[in-house]
Write a protein that binds this ligand. Structure first.
Ligand SMILES: CC(C)(COP(=O)(O)OP(=O)(O)OC[C@H]1O[C@@H](n2cnc3c(N)ncnc32)[C@H](O)[C@@H]1OP(=O)(O)O)[C@@H](O)C(=O)NCCC(=O)NCCS
Length: 185
């Protein structure tokens, strides 16, 4: 039985909130599917058509019940428009370990929205009693993602050689992590 519950209120940071996906997020998902990298690291097919994009949205609703974790749509706080995705994925509950992930649709990039989304995702993680550590795995060339992680307070812990297989090739990964803040004081 998963001890994880969907948040009663949307996690918010800066200009974004994390909410459940809606079918009306379709234009954002179609935009995301045009990115050369996102389909390589997710179940979103490259250049997805409407049916494939809606199927992707539908799959996200099942992730928590499957015990996989939280799949959020990143939306603007002012008009709730979808701008990307953020996932908090179960790695090892026994050791309090989760994995974070984020994307911003190509048409919405360049404004640091992933940083806001990651801050909201990380703060949400600390509302989960079981969570102690959130890890990010980032390819060394992905400067925007590395910068996003560091700006959100993640600390680089090293380079993992041939750690992920992406698109049929072994890829080195930079490991970054955030630890549950020490409470009290
Ligand atoms: C990574 C990603 C989420 C960042 O989206 P974003 O919030 O729009 O990112 P921005 O373009 O605002 O850039 C974030 C930071 O990186 C910096 N940056 C971006 N591209 C850069 C580059 N080529 N060289 C140096 N710095 C760069 C920006 O200046 C900004 O830094 P700042 O906060 O100091 O101003 C987005 O590029 C994306 O969705 N990429 C594909 C999916 C992906 O790689 N996800 C992460 C997997 S680990």
């Amino acid at each position: 039985m998963t001890p994880l519950r969907w948040p009663a209120t949307d996690p918010v940071a800066g200009r974004v909130r994390l909410r459940a996906f809606r079918d009306t997020d379709l234009p954002m998902v179609l935009d995301l599917a045009t990115d050369p990298y996102v389909p390589r690291i997710s179940t979103l097919p490259a250049d997805a058509d409407e049916a494939a994009a809606l199927a992707y949205i539908g799959r996200q609703h099942g992730r928590l019940a499957e015990g996989r974790g939280f799949s959020f749509c990143v939306a603007l706080t002012d008009d709730s428009a979808a701008v990307g995705t953020a996932g908090l994925w179960v790695d090892d509950l026994g050791h309090g370990r989760f994995r974070g992930g984020y994307t911003i649709a190509p048409g919405r990039r360049g404004h640091g929205l992933a940083g806001d989304a990651l801050r909201a995702l990380t703060a949400f993680a600390w509302t989960l009693e079981v969570a102690h550590r959130v890890e990010l795995y980032v390819e060394p060339w992905n400067v925007a993602s590395l910068r996003t992680a560091e700006r959100a307070g993640y600390v680089c812990e090293g380079l993992l050689r041939d750690h992920h297989r992406i698109g049929g090739a072994w890829c080195d990964m930079v490991l970054l992590a955030a630890l549950r803040p020490v409470s009290g004081g």
